[in-house]
Design a protein. Structure first.
Length: 244
């Protein structure tokens, strides 16, 4: 009988936990909608109204405003990586692949400018937060790019030691350009994406040429660096340096 009671208690606890998680997720989405409507300086009154509940109900699910901010920041990270992940993993020629990654990032901040500012500014928080959501996003993206750059550098028998700092430099450049663009809106997203892609491609091109490799930016990169004979290198079209 004791085991039955304990089992029933555990089941109720799990159901309640699932209910709380679902409600938190609903309130996070309501916060994102309120931010979109009212801007990054949105208040709890606007959020509660968007959620259709009172502020005390919100505070039953979040310890304070900073707790809600962190939950929204984590959801923002999911939204960003849902867009960027496929672009990073896409098997495509070098330049289109770069452009896809850059444009994926820009498309998210263009579609959700107030959410981006809400997360970056941290003005909503009512206490210092230990978790830096923006920095974690940068680390996450840079780590994925560093793995990609490192794999290709090693495939060309080049020193891959610079892959990590180069990846962080690229992430910082694109983020700073995106910040400027959101504030100025002096060109289209397509134009900015093209400018940034050109800078990044020429940086990669210069690095490869320093090792005697000239790569056609529009040649397919159909390489499996995770398996097979790594000594065979990527299956791609390389232009003779002296002819390029």
């Amino acid at each position: 009988m004791a085991r039955t009671v304990k089992g029933g208690t555990d089941a109720r606890r799990e159901r309640w936990k699932g209910h709380r998680e679902a409600r938190r997720a609903e309130f996070v989405e309501a916060t994102i909608r309120a931010v979109a409507k009212h801007g990054p300086d949105v208040g709890m009154d606007e959020i509660a109204a968007e959620a259709g509940v009172s502020k005390p109900v919100l505070y039953r699910h979040f310890a304070d405003k900073s707790d809600l901010y962190l939950a929204v920041g984590r959801r923002g990270t999911e939204m960003l990586m849902d867009r960027m992940g496929p672009a990073i993993e896409l098997d495509a020629p070098v330049r289109p692949r770069i452009q896809g990654i850059v444009d994926a990032y820009l498309s998210v901040i263009e579609e959700h400018p107030n959410l981006y500012r809400f997360v970056v500014r941290k003005s909503f928080t009512d206490r210092p937060v230990e978790q830096d959501v923006v920095n974690e996003d940068k680390q996450l993206i840079a780590a994925a790019l560093a793995r990609l750059l490192g794999d290709y550098l090693r495939a060309f028998d080049m020193d891959s030691g610079g892959a990590e700092p180069w990846a962080h430099a690229l992430v910082g450049m694109v983020q700073n350009a995106g910040d400027w663009w959101l504030d100025r809106q002096s060109m289209t997203r397509a134009s900015l994406s093209d400018y940034l892609t050109t800078i990044i491609w020429h940086a990669i091109d210069g690095l490869l040429r320093s090792a005697g490799v000239a790569l056609d930016p529009d040649a397919p990169l159909t390489t499996d660096l995770a398996g097979g004979d790594r000594h065979e290198g990527p299956r791609l079209r390389v232009v003779d340096v002296e002819e390029a």
